[in-house]
Each structure stands twice: as C-alpha cells, then as structure tokens.
Design a protein around this ligand. Structure first.
Ligand SMILES: Cc1ncc(COP(=O)(O)O)c(C=O)c1O
Length: 410
C-alpha cells in the first residue's frame, strides 16, 4: 500500500496544492511533477559541479563524468539491460527519430513493410513515414478493436513475411491500453523482424524488463517519469546498435578522423552521443529512477490502476459523460461530455482548478477508430488521491453547455 499522503510531501507542486492553492493536476501523461531529490540533483550540478564531462583533466570533471555514467548504470538496472545499450538522447521523440534514421533508413528497402498501429503518437509514426518515403518501404496498420485496443489475434493476422520492422507503443497515450509486448515480440522474431517499442507512457508506470520481453529497441523520456526535461533514452540490443548509423556527428562520438575525411566513430553508446549533453538532466534522471524504485514499480502500477478504476466507477454513473476506455489497465481516463466540445470541457475544468488535456493527443490516425476527433484526457500519477478524482467527478456532474459558453466568451 502506498502512503500517498507522505509521498505528496516529496513533491513541491503537491505541497503547494495541499497548502490550499486549489489546483488538481491530472495531466501526468503529458509530464509529471518532480520530487525534491530530482530538483536537488539538478541544482547541485549548477551550484557545485558545473563543468563539462568526458573532456576535462581535473578532479571535478572526472567526478561529474563518473556521476553521469552512474546514471547509465542506474537506467540499465531499471530496464534490465547492459550499460552499453543505454543511449542518452533529448527525449522520446529524439530516441524514436534516432532509431528511424539510424536503423530504419539504413536497413529497410523497397518491398519491406513496417507494421504499426493506428494509435501511435506522432513522434513514433512520423519518423517511420519519412523512413518509408526514403527507402520505398510501406507502412501497414494493425486493425484495432472498436475501443482502440491491439489484440494478439489482430497482430497475428497482420503479420507476414515482408514485415521487417514492428513499431508500436507499449501503452497508448490516448487510451492507456497495455499492449502484450512480450507475446508480440515473440511473434515478430518468429518472422525474422525486429521490434521497436515506444515506451514513453509505459516506462514511467509499469515495470520494464527488456531482457525478459526480448524487445530490440525502447524509447522514453525522463520528464514523464519524475525526471527533468531535455533527456530521454534509446535502449537497443548491442549488436543492433553496433550496425546502426549515428544521427549526429561531432565532439565526443568520434575515435579519430583525418583530413581525407576518414572518420572512425566510438563504440555504442558513445557513438550516438555527439556534443555536450544535458548533464544536469541526466543526473536528475538517476534521482528520478531511485525515487521510482523506492516507491516500487509494481506498487505504482497497482495504485494508478486502482485510482483509474475508482474514477471509472463514478464517471460511468454520470449520464452526460462518454467514456472511451473504461477497460484500459492504466491511469489514463479518456472521455467527452455529451454535446460539449472537448476543449471547452477542459477550459471549464480549468475554471474549477483541474488540469487535464483536450484534443487528439498527437495520435491523429486514432480518431478514425474511436470515431471522435477530440477527447478529454485525465491521467493520474501515484501522487494523485481519490479526493482529487472526486473533484473531477464533482465538476463533471455539474458541467453545462451554458457555463462553457460563458467561459469561452470571457
Ligand atoms: C506515446 C508517446 N510517444 C512519444 C511521446 C513523445 O515524448 P516527448 O515529447 O517527451 O519526446 C509521447 C509524449 O506525449 C507519447 O505519449
């Protein structure tokens, strides 16, 4: 059982809310609050350790370089992979683009097929569309259930010999369904293809084990898992990383180069890390992982699901609320209010101190499946409380179109 009351004391944003600022944050799928330990790690770098890494021949540079590499070790433990398989990027979008450039653009060819889903975030599917355009490969989409879920049966039906790459989100950012990644990976490998997983919404919320799942690539951002903005990770199996092209060239990722244009790059992961990275953010990521591990990923998953179930049990009794994903196993609640545009609902909720997101959530193809172009998304984290869910339900109980019109005129 999580002691949420105590947990909230570790987050300055929650402390302000509990002191009575009247706000409720339910947009955790966009980004999360940061605990003091993360803020301190970032601040410590700027106040006590503000030097570059992997370059300086002095104690402080050695020390910070070592701390930076300690984060890699921590990420590797968290994912269950080798340190050399962890590449630091600027975020999930950068990781997905690096994969699409370095692997998909290099190895796909005309006639090859990329298999993806209709629920993908733009940051996953757009780089693949570019890779398809440049290589002559095509993209096929696994049909989803009416609710927008990806099933093993549908995946088996969509898989065939020409598929060379499967690329899907482990958890959809719109609907919160957890896709059966281990089973999908097994089938993918039986066809001799590889799988790239968009873990932006899964790594922060469920226990990750890339070795057990046997996935080939995984992308995610630190800022959605209590860490700072400006850093993310691309995990790749070492043999695949070794063959992959670097997206950026520059200081830090070359072993040698000469006037004739001969360039020899370092081995992974450094091959992919040209230029000065977001050092403070990487140090903050370590603090974020330590915090998540202290709370426990299994406990986080169970509690967030409990909160979601609690929300659904009340929302389904409201006649004016249309729920799109009551059965999804994570903390994402996607809904609309009958007769009210999603953005207007969000503006109304904002007037009650509730922060949620409205729109198509960067998954523009999914609107065809769930047959609505805009939805409201409330997404919980383990520091949210049942009382906060009650605030959402109470606000939706009394929402009217007239109130929304008044607010949009103001
Ligand atoms: C499923 C998914 N993939 C990728 C991203 C992109 O993450 P970032 O904006 O941190 O690069 C997001 C962000 O919302 C997401 O939800």
């Amino acid at each position: 059982m999580l002691n949420v009351k105590e947990i909230r004391k570790d987050f300055p944003m929650c402390v302000k809310q509990d002191a009575g600022n009247g706000k409720v944050y339910l947009d955790n799928a966009a980004t999360t609050f940061k605990p003091y330990s993360v803020i301190e790690a970032v601040t410590r770098y700027y106040t006590d350790e503000s030097v570059n890494i992997h370059r300086g021949d002095y104690d402080l540079s050695y020390q910070v370089s070592d701390e930076y590499e300690q984060t890699r070790k921590t990420v590797a433990r968290f994912l269950n992979c080798e340190e050399r398989e962890v590449i630091f990027t600027s975020g999930a979008s950068a990781s997905l683009n690096l994969f699409a450039y370095g692997w998909a653009q290099k190895f796909l060819k005309k006639g090859d097929v990329i298999l993806s889903s209709e629920a993908e975030h733009a940051s996953n599917i757009l780089p693949l569309m570019k890779a398809a355009e440049l290589t002559g490969a095509t993209i096929e989409y696994i049909p989803l259930t009416e609710e927008g879920e990806l099933t093993i049966e549908a995946f088996k039906g969509a898989m065939h010999d020409k598929v060379k790459l499967v690329s899907i989100a482990h958890i959809s950012n719109v609907l919160g369904f957890v896709h059966p990644i281990k089973e999908l990976t097994k089938i993918t490998h039986e066809y001799g293809a590889i799988i790239s997983v968009d873990g932006a919404q899964s790594v922060p919320h469920i226990k990750t084990d890339v070795k057990d799942w046997d996935i080939d690539f995984l992308s995610f951002s630190a800022h959605k898992m209590l860490g700072p903005t400006g850093v993310g990770v691309l995990f790749g199996k070492y043999a695949l990383l070794d063959q992959m092209d670097a997206f950026m060239l520059g200081g830090g990722n070359n072993a040698r180069f000469d006037i004739c244009g001969n360039i020899q790059l370092k081995n992974p992961p450094f091959k992919f890390e040209a230029g000065t990275p977001a050092i403070e953010a990487v140090l903050g990521l370590k603090a974020a992982i330590l915090y998540l591990e202290k709370v426990g990923m299994d406990e986080i998953e169970a509690y967030e699901h409990e909160l979601k179930t609690y929300a659904v049990s009340q929302l389904k009794d409201l006649k004016n609320v249309i729920l799109y994903n009551p059965h999804a196993g994570t903390g994402i609640i996607t809904f609309n209010v009958e007769g009210i545009f999603a953005q207007d609902t969000a503006i109304y909720l904002n007037s009650k101190g509730l922060m949620v997101r409205a729109g198509n959530h960067c998954a523009k193809i999914l609107v065809e499946v769930i047959k609505t172009s805009e939805t409201v998304r409330a997404s919980v984290s383990f520091y949210n409380t049942k009382e906060e869910v009650d605030r959402l339900v109470d606000a939706l109980r009394t929402i009217t179109l007239e109130q929304c019109i008044d607010l949009s005129i103001m």
